[in-house]
Design a protein around this ligand. Structure first.
Ligand code: SAM
Length: 281
């Protein structure tokens, strides 16, 4: 199916519309067209969306929507989509990404409504383009839990994943989050990306330790994305480390068994470790 065209009237259904995350010029002509023609716009905060609509010189009916809205609100929106074009926006960026909308899309699909998306700004992807960290595999974690225990568990869950991590964070919690990431992931390369597409846009790169120190006594203002690089390749064990491990293992085991144990522990080829074990014997 092709996407919606810029015709006079919109076909009924649900339109997910991405909006700017700072610079209003980032509102695409397609997004402006859909918003100006929508029969109804489901919004997070009508004051925020009213400003955006004023920017493009239109007024449209708005209705507050959150994923925790009552079933009645969602059912009403789904009913309206049968013969009306209902747009969904959040305060900034792409709806559904750490923002309401997932349940509405799920239920719209289940009810057989047409669902369209008008792609546009998303702070997570914008930050990834600024960070200078690998982009081939990335994992979006949204906001970490604010309580220390739950935050540490959430970080531990992803520590082994070989991907760049993207997180949303607020200024006052930034330093604690960076320190918790360092404790749970090791001291990786990272970037703190702030106020994307706004006057005070800034990207600061460094290690998690360095960044945690930098912001410890100076919580930054504005909106923030943390980008953390993937774990490094495990360092190949040095000869001394192999010899020490073999010497210890051979006090308990035959050279062959000691080599098997050490090669597994240090991630080295078994044959090489066995030859070394024989030489040490
Ligand atoms: N749906 C939005 C999106 O597509 O990016 C995100 C909504 S989430 C409730 C808001 C968070 O996104 C902020 O707390 C911040 O972490 C991040 N964010 C939004 N705008 C940003 C900007 N201009 N610069 C940096 N981070 C931003």
């Amino acid at each position: 199916m092709t996407g919606p065209k810029m015709s006079e009237r919109l076909a009924p259904g649900l339109y997910i519309v991405a909006t700017p995350i700072g610079n209003l010029s980032d509102l695409s002509p397609h997004a402006a067209d859909i918003l100006s023609k929508a029969d109804l716009i489901a919004v997070e905060d009508s004051r925020v969306t009213a400003k955006l609509l004023a920017h493009i010189g239109v007024k449209r009916p708005m209705k507050p929507y959150h994923d925790h809205s009552t079933d009645r609100v969602r059912t009403d929106l789904l009913a309206q989509m049968a013969d009306k074009a209902v747009a969904l926006v959040s305060d900034a960026g792409t709806p559904l990404i750490s923002d309401p909308g997932y349940k509405l899309v799920r239920d719209a699909r289940a009810a057989g409504r047409e669902v369209h998306t008008v792609a546009g700004p998303c702070a997570a992807v914008a930050a990834l383009t600024l960070a200078g960290l690998p982009t081939d595999r990335f994992l979006f974690l949204g906001f970490l839990p604010s309580k220390a225990g739950a935050r540490a568990s959430a970080i531990a869950e992803v520590a082994a994943i070989r991907a760049t991590l993207i997180l949303y964070e607020s200024g006052p919690r930034l330093a604690a989050a960076l320190a918790a990431l360092r404790d749970g992931l090791g001291d990786r390369e990272a970037a703190v990306v702030r106020e994307i597409s706004k006057k005070f846009e800034e990207t600061v790169t460094g290690t998690l330790t360095g960044l945690a120190q930098r912001y410890a006594d100076a919580p930054p203002k504005g909106e923030i994305v943390i980008v953390v690089g993937p774990p490094g390749e495990p360092e190949a064990a040095g000869e001394d480390e192999v010899d020490a491990a073999l010497a210890e293992a051979m006090t308990r085991l035959s050279p062959s068994r000691a080599a098997a144990e050490v090669s597994e522990k240090l991630g080295l080829p078994r044959r090489e470790v066995y030859e070394r074990a024989l030489a040490l014997k």
